[in-house]
Ligand binder design. Structure first.
Ligand code: PMP
Length: 416
């Protein structure tokens, strides 16, 4: 074996064993083995995460930060443990920079209402890009509407790459925040967030990065990126639904008033007024999804155990395997062909509606997503109502990609 082959990701990690960590992958769908190619929508969960949630309810269930009893301490330990693990996973300076949220949507809304709204006035702007998910568009629109500010949009190329010069040109003094997706959930494009952050910083404009699709697939370091806010969602990172986080620079969190009020986020309450806890507790009102965070902690341990570098390299291998085979299907067009790309493949087949395609693929046991992927403006840019999207994860196999491509070819013939 050559040195390069010996050092390849396929030999460093036993991916067949890794795959066995996911019980759901053993099931059949419509009498066929499940081929799950919808990880960008939500990832499957390894046994370790399922067990952590199960163990929470069987052994540790109690409310967090409210009880001095043993179970309360254990539950709080698991919840706060997830904060520590997220801080390490994201490369935060301090655990207090991590606000635990229900996901990215909650994180962007928190920034919109708590950070941006008090700073925004008529004539100001928020800069986004054409390839944003609605979670990184609509919250800004809502606060723009309240203040008379407006949304500005940095364009992309036909291949699905951000036009960086145009983004920089759009960073004018009226822009009070820029929001950019790290990895597009439709195109797979990996945006040069470090370079964008540098330009934003030069101009004193805070940058929020939507890391929903990056966190499950790439090694991350928010300090190296140099952004101001970074959002992740747990259910795409092998963790439970209803979990996620906002990382923000500490001084920004300290300058932000509460967004949700209620229990656990206060210092004192009287009918004359209340004072609030320090961040991050100030932003975590009410009873959280404690079992979910116990699971997310386990998910982060699991991902780090495999190694994010290994995961990124394996998914690149799978992408490089899938793309030429898909292209060989007559009439198939891939949308999103940036060279720096994650394993997310949007595609269309001439004359076939993407919903019909996805429905027929489902009959073959293949799960892909069809729709607008919560990115209406991007669909408008490409002039299509919807796409089919196959999104791969490290547990997928070359054999599954072969089965998927064979199924597309069969379905295409059927619909001819
Ligand atoms: N941003 C991107 C790029 C996404 O892919 C998603 C999930 N589809 C979100 C934001 C929203 O995540 P959540 O619904 O978990 O809050």
């Amino acid at each position: 074996m050559s040195a390069a082959a010996e050092n390849s990701v396929s030999t460093r990690v036993d991916w067949t064993r890794v795959r066995r960590d996911f019980p759901i992958l053993d099931r059949q769908v419509h009498g066929k083995p499940l081929v799950y190619l919808d990880s960008a929508n939500t990832s499957q969960k390894p046994r370790r995460v399922i067990d952590a949630v199960d163990a929470f309810y069987r052994e540790h269930n109690a409310n967090v930060a409210r009880a001095v009893h043993q179970l309360g301490e254990e539950a709080t330990g698991l919840y706060e443990g997830a904060r520590d693990k997220l801080a390490a996973f994201l490369g935060a300076n301090h655990r207090d920079e991590i606000v635990l949220t229900s996901g990215t949507t909650m994180a962007t809304n928190l920034v919109a209402y708590s950070y941006l709204l008090p700073r925004l006035k008529s004539g100001d702007a928020v800069l986004v890009t054409t390839m944003e998910h609605h979670a990184n568009i609509v919250p800004w629109q809502l606060v723009c509407k309240l203040t008379g500010a407006r949304l500005k949009v940095a364009p992309i190329t036909e291949s699905g790459e951000l036009i960086v010069d145009k983004f920089i040109e759009a960073l004018t003094p009226d822009v009070k925040l820029a929001g950019v997706v790290h990895v597009s959930n439709v195109l797979g494009t990996i945006n040069p967030v470090q370079a964008l952050a540098r330009e934003c910083r030069k101009r004193g404009i805070p940058l929020l990065v939507d890391g929903s699709q990056a966190a499950p697939h790439l090694p991350l370091d928010v300090k190296a990126i140099g952004c101001d806010f970074y959002c992740v969602t747990g259910h795409k990172m092998c963790g439970p639904t209803g979990t996620g986080a906002l990382w923000a620079r500490r001084e920004l969190l300290e300058s932000m008033p509460p967004f949700f009020g209620g229990g656990e986020m206060i210092r004192t309450v009287s009918f004359d007024g209340s004072t609030f806890a320090d961040p991050p507790r100030r932003f975590e009102a009410g009873t959280p999804n404690t079992a979910g965070f116990a699971g997310l902690g386990a998910a982060i341990d699991y991902l780090r155990g495999i190694g994010m570098d290994n995961i990124a390299a394996r998914e690149r291998e799978l992408l490089d395997y899938a793309v030429p085979r898909m292209r060989a299907v007559p009439g198939l067009r891939i949308i999103g062909t940036a060279p720096d790309k994650a394993a997310v493949i949007s595609f269309l087949i001439d004359g076939v509606h993407s919903h019909d395609l996805a429905t027929l693929l489902d009959q073959e046991g293949v799960a892909v997503r069809s729709g607008h992927h919560c990115a209406h403006p991007l669909m408008q840019f490409y002039g299509v109502p919807a796409t089919c999207r196959a999104s791969l994860a490290f547990w997928n196999t070359e054999a599954e990609i072969d089965a998927f491509v064979a199924a597309i070819a069969r379905v295409r013939k059927l619909l001819e």
